[in-house]
Design a protein around this ligand. Structure first.
Ligand code: BEZ
Length: 226
């Protein structure tokens, strides 16, 4: 939000707004905010906060030159067609509009992802087919922005080990559903236990506290005037 530097009265698209926590923050700063998210459940939660929010696939945005800025937090790594996202953001912005975001960056949850992949391979499931995440390098994402015509002001990786409020199974139950859903329901708990055991030496300390190996990619870009 600091990098976005929103001004009162600006019209802002919150791309992948989730339950609307940051959308509400932008609205409280005096912005005219529209939140979009692919999940009807999340949009229901955002609307319950009184926000203007709609179910929209971020890879198929159809806004036309109406936003001063597009903002996104912790959502773009779920959208594997990055060029489709960037095209839609470009069209949604007015000339001079900015695109500011943070997503999982290259190496994000690498240990968790490796353990998930290995456990699926042991069950003869192709992990690449089910893996829902896109964690780009700055060169990859910045290059795509520049190729579309954006002026890239900044684009950097930020390692951010993040303490978890639960064990890693709690995190996997929220974020790794795509890896468990191909398995028969009765196999899911043993699968998660196996992944947690594999991760314990790297991600759990002597007091039983778990930390996720997050890496963020943070960027700011501008659609030039003209
Ligand atoms: C996140 O919400 O930041 C996140 C979710 C899944 C994998 C990595 C990061």
């Amino acid at each position: 939000v600091d990098l976005l530097a929103p001004k009162p009265g600006e019209r802002i698209l919150d791309l992948g707004c989730g339950d609307g926590a940051l959308t509400a923050k932008l609205a409280a700063m005096g912005c005219d905010v529209v939140g979009v998210d692919g999940s009807a459940e999340q949009i229901g939660a955002a609307r319950a906060l009184g926000l203007n929010a709609r179910v929209v696939d971020g890879q198929a945005l159809d806004f036309d030159g109406e936003f001063d800025a597009v903002f996104s937090n912790a959502a773009l790594h779920w959208m594997k067609d990055a060029d489709a996202v960037i095209d839609g953001v470009w069209r949604a912005l007015r000339s001079g509009g900015r695109f500011v975001g943070e997503l999982g960056g290259f190496g994000c949850v690498d240990r968790i992802r490796t353990a998930l992949h290995a456990a699926l391979v042991r069950r003869s499931v192709d992990p690449v087919r089910v893996d829902p995440w896109y964690f780009p390098t700055p060169e990859d994402y910045g290059g795509r922005l520049a190729a579309r015509g954006f002026v890239v002001r900044s684009c950097e990786l930020i390692p951010r080990p993040t303490p978890l409020p639960t064990d890693v199974t709690g995190w996997l139950e929220v974020f790794a559903v795509a890896f468990t859903s191909p398995l028969p329901p009765t196999d899911r708990a043993p699968f998660l236990a196996e992944v947690q055991d594999a991760l314990r030496p790297a991600l759990c300390d002597a007091d039983g506290r778990w930390t996720a190996d997050y890496v963020r990619l943070r960027f700011a870009a501008e659609r030039p005037c003209g």
